[in-house]
Design a protein. Sequence first.
Length: 252
Amino acid sequence: MPILTLEHIKRTFTEGQNKVEALKDISLKIDAGDYVAIMGESGAGKTTLLNIMATLDQPSGGEIKLKEQDLSKLNEKNAAKFRRENLGFVFQNFNLLDTFNNRDNIFLPLVLAKAKYEDMEQRLDPLAKQLEIEQILDRFPYEISGGQRQRIAAARALITQPELLLADEPTGALDSKNAAALLDLFDQVNYEGQTILMVTHSAVTASYSKRTLFIKDGRIYHELFRGEQSKAAYFEKITNSLTALASKGAKR
Ligand SMILES: Nc1ncnc2c1ncn2[C@@H]1O[C@H](COP(=O)(O)OP(=O)(O)OP(=O)(O)O)[C@@H](O)[C@H]1O
C-alpha cells in the first residue's frame, strides 16, 4: 500500500527570463515501510524533489499524495499541521533554534503536540545514548559542532516517531562512526515500520536502504533494489550505477 504517490511531478523555477526545469517528469510510489535513497549528481533535482515531498515547496504540475492527502491542495496552515503530525526532517540547514538548549530543541515537536514531560524524557533516553549526545543536551546549538548539530536534528526528527522520515544528506557532517550509529538507528526505526526517504551523495549511506533511485536532469533514470543481496553487493551495484551515470548514463 503506497504511503506516497507522485504522478508526473514537474517543478520549474523562473529566474528573470530564464526557466530552470528542476523536475521534468517524476512518477513514483513509495510503500509504507520502505527505505529509499535518492542519488544523482549536483543539480539533478534531488533537493527540489525532497522539498516537494516535505510540503515545503509546491510542484508546477502533476499530483502528489501522502496518505491519500493531496499535498498540492494544502494551504500553509494545514501544511504545517500535516508536517507536524506525519513527517520528520533531518535536513542540511538543521533549523535548530539558538534560543533553546539542545534538549528543548529535541522536545520542541512533542511540546507542540502537548506531550507530557516524563514521556519526552523516556523517548529521548535511548535516542541520546545511540546518537551519543547525552553530554551535550544542556548546551545550545551554537556551542556544538556541525556533526553534533546534525545528531541533535536527527534526535528531534526521530523523537516523534514520524510515519515518514525525510532526510537530506543525513550523514553529510558525520564521521564514519557517527554515520554508522545514525544509519543503525534508521535501520531500527525502519524495521519498526517507519518509512524513510533520504537524499545522499554517499554510496555507503545509500547501501543501508532497500531501494535506490537515481535522478538525472529532473527525471528518474535508474533504480536498484537491495532484495536479498548483502550490503556489500548492493553497495557495489550502487557504485557501478553512479559511475555509469556520471559517464554516458546508466542503462535501465
Ligand atoms: N529556488 C530556485 N530558483 C531557481 N533555480 C533553482 C532553485 N532551486 C533549485 N534550482 C535549480 O534547480 C536545479 C535542481 O536543483 P536541486 O537543488 O534540486 O539539485 P540537487 O540534485 O539537490 O543538487 P545538490 O546535490 O547540489 O544539492 C538546479 O539547476 C538548481 O540550480
